[in-house]
Design a protein around this ligand. Structure first.
Ligand SMILES: [Fe+2]
Length: 253
């Protein structure tokens, strides 16, 4: 008898439970909507909470300045325009344009955000023997760094642990040593290939100094240029085999 009552009560209670759940669910739905019916709270983290995003960093390539003297590109003012320099700069700028658009800067690093400190060229002016010189430093790793350049990518953070294949790419490295890489990603080693300066000379934007580094030159790369006469402002550029073309702000001479 008692068993029958319990079974009957259970059977009666089932529709009530179902109905109650439906009401509760609808109530939760209403609470989750604003007056205009849009969701008030979306899934996933909002600003200031939740897991960290996968921002690119430069921890595996940043190499602070050591105070070592720079390479001296030239003790005398160069003759400009220099067709080779113009051609090389044009090549790199064309490659940057093709891959990313504008040249990266401190304020506008594009997809390379987080990598400014190791890529924005740092330039300063000195006067020696009455000649203006510009020294450029790029606080970036060079040479046998176990960081393969690979193909450039928007989020091109290189995993050093995964890059133990550097030895295997020794042959390719020799190829790269044969001449400066032509395209981003063409070199198997992640390093700064080129530093150059642009300035207005006789009313025309001109390359007034250019230096090509070897992949196993000392890190961080630094080079000193002597400027042609009449230059009043320069911009320094550098090319990273993985992270493209970067430039400094204009520097008064
Ligand atoms: Fe880089």
């Amino acid at each position: 008898m008692g068993q029958n009552i319990r079974r009957r009560d259970v059977i009666r209670a089932v529709p009530l439970v179902v109905f109650g759940s439906a009401v509760a669910g609808f109530g939760r739905f209403l609470l989750g909507c604003s007056s205009d019916g849009t969701p008030m709270r979306t899934q996933g983290p909002t600003k200031g909470e939740g897991p960290a995003t996968d921002k690119p960093t430069d921890g595996d390539e940043f190499t602070p300045g050591t105070g070592e003297p720079p390479v001296v590109a030239s003790e005398e003012p160069p003759k400009v325009p220099n067709p080779q320099w113009e051609s090389r700069a044009k090549q790199l700028e064309g490659e940057q344009q093709r891959l990313y658009g504008a040249v990266f800067t401190l304020e506008a690093p594009g997809p390379m955000v987080g990598k400014q400190r190791s890529h924005v060229p740092q330039a300063h002016v000195t006067v020696e023997n009455a000649l203006p010189r510009v020294t450029v430093l790029v606080e970036h790793v060079m040479g046998k760094n176990l960081l393969e350049a690979g193909a450039p990518a928007a989020d091109a953070t290189v995993d050093a642990a995964e890059a133990g294949k550097a030895d295997a790419s020794a042959d390719a490295a020799k190829e790269a040593e044969a001449g400066p890489p032509v395209e981003a990603g063409a070199a198997p080693i992640h390093y700064i290939t080129t530093v150059y300066l642009r300035a207005v000379v006789a009313g025309k934007d001109t390359v007034v100094g250019l230096w090509e580094f070897a992949s196993d030159d000392a890190a961080p790369p630094t080079v000193k240029f002597t400027l042609p006469a009449g230059v009043t402002s320069v911009v320094a550029y550098e090319w990273c085999t993985l992270h493209g073309l970067w430039k400094s702000a204009a520097l008064s001479v």
